[in-house]
Write a protein that binds this ligand. Structure first.
Ligand SMILES: [Zn+2]
Ligand SMILES: [Zn+2]
Length: 340
């Protein structure tokens, strides 16, 4: 039997036929990158290939001088006779699934994905394949997302209420992806939208690429907070309980994450409100996407893999788990790690 088209090696998902890696976690000569989150996009590869909107993120976060080939969705790239193409994953701006096709066999590496259109990144595209390598961060039936519209009604009314009581609102979401989604759907009629520097830096990267975001103002050292009452500040989760966040006297603090669906105060980590808003597919979303791909073989990577794989096997699929380094340590920006 010939070896599989993609294999899980010590350095990452490897295509021996083309001699390239997908989202490798150790330095390699050629890396194809699904998206800019740091558990997928590591430093130290000699050559990167990614979607056009992921490239400026890699340059901003890893190194300005990276060698990157930028690709568009659907563009066909042949490497040693293997066909590669990037397709929208709907997770964050620039996020891609990577399709690999060779001698009639098709594999898709999902990266991270969500099913709902967030009105910011290109919505998820279903890509038919024989083998689907899927994330399953929220692969338990308890994870069921409300529609984005419903969640933003909650968020905006929380902000409006704080504003009417003269309190500032501080809203936490990871700086690449979640923060921009929050900003996009906040109601600027309530008050001005302020940002933490880490969030504003990413906003700037995207604005330079032509992405349209509502007007934001960055919180600076010199900023006077006397008239902060109606404002909302969007900040990364790591800023909670810091000297920075304590500047906002009497503020209400809230987090937006899929993990807020879990019960218990430990998940909330002391914030006043939790909004269930994720950039990953929920249980139903994962099942729907897997079915729609038509894949007979499913490889589950980060998340509740064992339970999820068991479930897929009961449905008659050839499912298995593979270990990756995608659930990285100390990566507060990625949603996978907020639960830790
Ligand atoms: Zn991600
Ligand atoms: Zn991930």
């Amino acid at each position: 039997m010939s070896s599989p088209l993609l294999e899980f090696s010590k350095k990452g998902i490897y295509c021996a036929e083309a001699d390239v890696y997908i989202d490798p976690w150790k330095p390699v000569p050629k890396a194809l990158i699904t998206h800019g989150h740091s558990d997928h996009a590591r430093w130290g590869h000699s050559y990167y290939m990614c979607h056009r909107l992921t490239a400026p993120i890699l340059r901003h976060r890893l190194d300005r001088k990276l060698k990157i080939r930028e690709v568009e969705y659907g563009e066909q790239i042949a490497i040693n006779g293997v066909q590669f193409s990037f397709h929208p994953a709907g997770h964050i701006l620039g996020s891609s699934q990577i399709r690999v096709s060779y001698r009639g066999e098709i594999w898709v590496v999902s990266g991270d994905y969500k099913t709902e259109d967030d009105a910011l990144c290109t919505p998820l595209e279903i890509v038919h394949c024989h083998t689907f390598i899927t994330e399953c961060t929220f692969g338990l039936p308890v994870f069921r997302w409300k529609s984005q519209a419903e969640v933003f009604v909650q968020i905006n009314s929380w902000w409006r209420q704080n504003s009417s009581q003269g309190k500032p609102s501080v809203l936490y979401g990871y700086s690449l992806g979640k923060a921009q989604r929050l900003i996009k759907h906040l109601d600027p009629g309530i008050g001005p939208i302020w940002t933490h520097g880490a969030v504003e830096n990413i906003n700037e990267v995207f604005r330079k690429e032509g992405v349209i975001l509502p007007e934001t103002r960055q919180v600076t050292q010199q900023m006077r907070l006397n008239d902060a009452s109606g404002m909302i500040v969007v900040a990364p989760p790591g800023a909670f309980n810091s000297t920075w966040s304590k500047k906002f006297k009497g503020a209400s603090h809230a987090a937006a994450s899929g993990w807020m669906a879990m019960r218990g105060p430990r998940r909330r980590k002391g914030v006043d409100r939790g909004f269930v808003l994720s950039d990953h597919a929920d249980w139903q979303g994962l099942n729907d996407v897997i079915e729609a791909t038509g894949a007979e073989n499913v490889i589950a990577t980060h998340g509740y893999t064992n339970i999820f794989v068991q479930w897929l096997r009961e449905k008659g699929l050839n499912a298995m788990t593979e270990e990756t380094a995608f659930t990285g340590e100390n990566l507060e920006e990625t949603e996978e790690t907020i639960a830790k």
